[in-house]
Design a protein around this ligand. Structure first.
Ligand code: DX5
Ligand code: ZN
Length: 220
């Protein structure tokens, strides 16, 4: 029986009240906090860094999943580990040495993952499966919340599910971008077990109503 995890992206939260927002979304049933880091270089947007991660850390007991959309990637990793990140993922295109970056994340005491954009091939997985705790499939091009789900991501999720099952390892399969009540079941059916949702949750007044509805879809 698969354990499904809901990971609200705080990109769509009210940053003026961030402590309250993360507490509320965890009370509403979030399993993980998804933390989107954008550098206006690897992606065309600029968001939040280790200081904000450190600021929210005391407000939540659940894991903080740091999605790095930055280039270069290595030098910021120790700062996020010190700031309380539990999981750190990065895009293979943003690292000169993927194996080294994965090892660096682990050496800093965090779980490590690779992120695949809609146009990024899966062959980057080939030699590093044993260093992965998470694989994140983007179902939008990275940079902004509130975009529409790209349906081709479903085939990619299914392909990664096969690779994970064949590896026999415990690797979370996360999907990120345009996830809503209406499409979460399709992503689960393809093989995802961890679901990032930003605008679908923070865009509604009652986070619990949305998260409960997502869980009902996952149970159906
Ligand atoms: C996009 C980010 C996503 C985004 C998801 O680059 O990685 O985490 O915030 O937002 P929604 O759920 O609104 O697509
Ligand atoms: Zn993300």
């Amino acid at each position: 029986m698969t354990t499904f995890r809901i990971a609200p992206s705080i990109l769509s939260a009210d940053f003026a009240r961030l402590g309250e927002e993360v507490r509320n979304v965890v009370t509403a049933g979030a399993d993980i906090i998804h933390f989107d880091v954008m550098d206006n270089h690897y992606v065309p947007n600029l968001t939040i860094g280790p200081l904000v991660c450190q600021a929210i850390r005391p407000h939540v007991q659940v894991p903080i999943d740091v999605h790095l959309m930055v280039k270069p990637v290595d030098r910021i990793i120790p700062d996020f580990a010190k700031a309380g990140a539990d999981i750190i993922t990065f895009h293979p295109e943003a690292s000169e040495h993927i194996d080294r970056t994965l090892q660096l994340i682990r050496d800093n005491g965090c779980k490590a993952g690779l992120v695949f954009n809609p146009g990024t091939p899966l062959h980057f997985l080939e030699h590093v499966m044993d260093k992965l705790d998470m694989i994140l499939i983007m179902s939008v091009n990275p940079g902004f919340g509130g975009q529409s789900f790209i349906p081709q991501a479903l085939d990619k999720i299914a392909a990664v599910r096969q690779l994970i099952d064949a590896s026999g390892r415990e690797i979370l399969l996360e999907v990120d971008g345009g996830i809503k009540i209406e499409n979460i079941a399709a992503a689960a059916k393809a093989g995802a077990d961890t679901f990032v949702a930003g605008s679908a949750i923070f865009g509604q007044p009652d986070y619990k109503v949305v998260i409960d509805a997502m869980r009902r879809e996952l149970a159906s």
